[in-house]
Design a protein around this ligand. Sequence first.
Ligand code: SF4
Length: 434
Amino acid sequence: MREYATQMEAARKGIITEELKIVANKELMTAEELIPLVAAGKVVICANKKHKCIDPQGVGSMLKTKINVNLGVSRDCKDYDIEMKKVMEAVNMGAHAIMDLSSHGNTIPFRRKLTAKCPAMIGTVPVYDSVIHYQRDLNTLTAKDFIDVVRLHAEDGVDFVTLHCGITRKTIEQIKTHKRKMNIVSRGGSLVFAWMSMTGEENPFYEYYDEILDICREHDVTISLGDACRPGCLADASDVCQIEELVRLGELTKRAWEKDVQVIVEGPGHMPIDQIAANIKIQQTICNGAPFYVLGPLVTDIAPGYDHITSAIGGAIAASAGVAFLCYVTPAEHLALPNLEDVKQGIMATKIAAHAADIAKGVRGAREIDDRMADARRVFDWEAQWECAIDPETAKKIRADRKPEHEDSCSMCGKFCAIRSMNKALAGEYIDIL
Ligand code: SF4
């Protein structure tokens, strides 16, 4: 019998859990260093008691930046086997978390398969699943129906749930008063807004938050407080709607912590580069250091087909300023359900952003691999370079496609290779160019 309900409660009681030991080891920390961070809510260990195959990860701004991959079937792409293949490949490519955003068919077997077979943290958005689960129109669902789906996901072993608790009836007026270009672009947020508009009732995830906390405490489900008003374009960034919701998320964070429930806070969105660091600072202050999880931020609106790049730029800046968790964005963002190649491109771009930020933040152990790569490059040790590379397969393929005449160069400069010339010059050797 566990003497604690959640990882946070264990940490507050001074109990070093197996999961905490594993996370400390991965982060090159001692358990004694990590435990106060979990107790204070600055690090979360998302690990539902029923997710037995989980390889635990810590999420917090002082740890390695973690990355999430959104997957799940839709009405237009409904093959659960293809989606499961993408999940396992995403994990092999380095995803720390998988969010199941399925919006079609019977979602229960797929969700249970995820928590039975996938070692990554599993997240869901119960409000999407509510309409699918009951097969009823949104306006016929009751507050109790929504809460029951949260309970179902918790019982299925989901490690974190995105709940859009921060918008209220006041938000309806704000959206109408403070005209936004893109209104609400959060899928879950738009459903909650639509339900409130049609029924005239308060947001059930806000009104029955205490009941939700009890469910999350019982199963050790981390709440990812969704940002329904995350900006969907640069023009809406840092506006009244976004900041007002963030203030409420700060209040909800405190209420969760009072019941030892772990919390992540979600953030933007689309945002100009010069606003990113200030947004992180505000979130850290208002939410008392709770881990910040951002989708992007996408730093320009005009690059459909390349939004893995626009978001990696924003993600690197955000994570270096203190964001703990990056949601990947693929080249298919705003256009279509990502295929396997899109998933790969999105993961690689996000991994680069996360790693670049970890170096800048001085996260333990982040930098050494770059120094190993530099050493391998200087001596043309190609095998060692592949071992350090984020995507060795792509690197190998490019080199093999355009082979150089000599191994001690590449086909870019050939005998004009600066590295080769310097190695020879410093060794006192003759430098043949022609
Ligand atoms: S040939 Fe040019 S690009 Fe290639 S390794 Fe040498 S310096 Fe770098």
